[in-house]
Design a protein around this ligand. Structure first.
Ligand code: ATP
Ligand code: MG
Length: 266
């Protein structure tokens, strides 16, 4: 089956002076297109690191990442930028809109780097996606003339404008009040359902998790839980480790036969 994201035996270390921080340890995950996936876990557990790897903003220390069944390891920064520009939409906690640009210009911005999208097509997409997020009337407004929820709607339209196969959102509701956060989530879910766009978002918020149909819980750089929801029922599934014999992956690398396994610092 076609997979939108596959992560195989991925480790991510950061060097902090003399010290090595193991942010992710032997992550194995795969998702089919169209999932509405929440990444949950305590602060510092590795959620943003995982999103950055899926978004090809950063590369793993070891292991492989496949986007739409294509191995992205070994690509140059330019090739990764090109992949992002065509495939991945980003939504940020702090919206990250360009303050001097109008809502419409912000939505248009990622399309300016796409030589295959004509000016006429750009205008069409801007109008279309501003309408989808309910902001047609605010097209000429700058970010400081919009509420937090409206800014996040602009960011959603900007993420969608490239017609991405994946939208990544790092704590998209963290800077919004309860009701606005809920509205943003429902909008994302509506887009997920109608366009079959894959959404992967990190969150601390239980109400946000409740809207997901997949849940990855990261704890101390490992997958502590992988869940799937059908209607109202959550089922626990373990992450599959391709290098394994199919048995449950132990979180202690000393018990794996993977030669690339790093030593755990538990
Ligand atoms: N650039 C970096 N350099 C060094 N260490 C880093 C860097 N980025 C993240 N880390 C470390 O990696 C670990 C995972 O960080 P990450 O930002 O992925 O956590 P998080 O789950 O997103 O946390 P939060 O919920 O607070 O956003 C933490 O221990 C963090 O200190
Ligand atoms: Mg984070």
């Amino acid at each position: 089956m076609k997979e939108v994201v596959r992560i195989e035996n991925v480790y991510k270390d950061y060097q902090l002076g003399e010290q090595k921080v193991q942010a992710l340890k032997n992550i194995n995950l795969a998702f089919e297109p169209g999932v509405f996936l929440a990444i949950a876990g305590p602060s510092g557990s590795g959620k943003t690191t995982l999103l950055n790897l899926i978004g090809c903003i950063d590369v793993p220390t070891s292991g492989k990442i496949f986007i739409n069944d294509q191995d992205v390891s070994g690509r140059t920064p330019d090739q990764l930028a090109d992949l992002r520009a065509r495939t991945i939409g980003f939504i940020f906690q702090t919206f990250n809109l360009l303050p001097v640009l109008s809502a419409a210009e912000n939505v248009e911005y990622p399309l300016l780097h796409r030589s295959d999208v004509s000016a006429a097509e750009r205008r069409k997409r801007v109008a279309y996606f501003l309408d989808i997020v309910g902001l047609s009337r605010f097209a000429g407004h700058r970010p400081n003339q919009l509420s937090g929820g409206q800014r996040q709607r602009v960011a959603i339209a900007r993420a969608l404008a490239i017609r991405p196969s994946i939208v990544l959102a790092d704590e998209p509701t963290a800077n919004l009040d309860h009701n606005t956060g809920e509205e943003i989530l429902l909008l994302m879910k509506k887009i997920n359902r109608s366009f079959k766009t894959t959404f992967i978002f990190s969150t601390h918020d239980k109400r946000v998790i409740a809207k997901a149909d997949r849940l990855v819980r990261v704890e101390d750089g490992v997958i502590a839980h992988l869940g799937k929801r059908l209607h109202t029922k959550w089922t626990v599934i373990r992450p599959r480790a391709p290098a394994d014999d199919g048995s449950e992956r132990s979180e202690s690398p000393s018990q794996t036969n993977n030669p690339t396994a790093h030593r755990a610092e538990n």
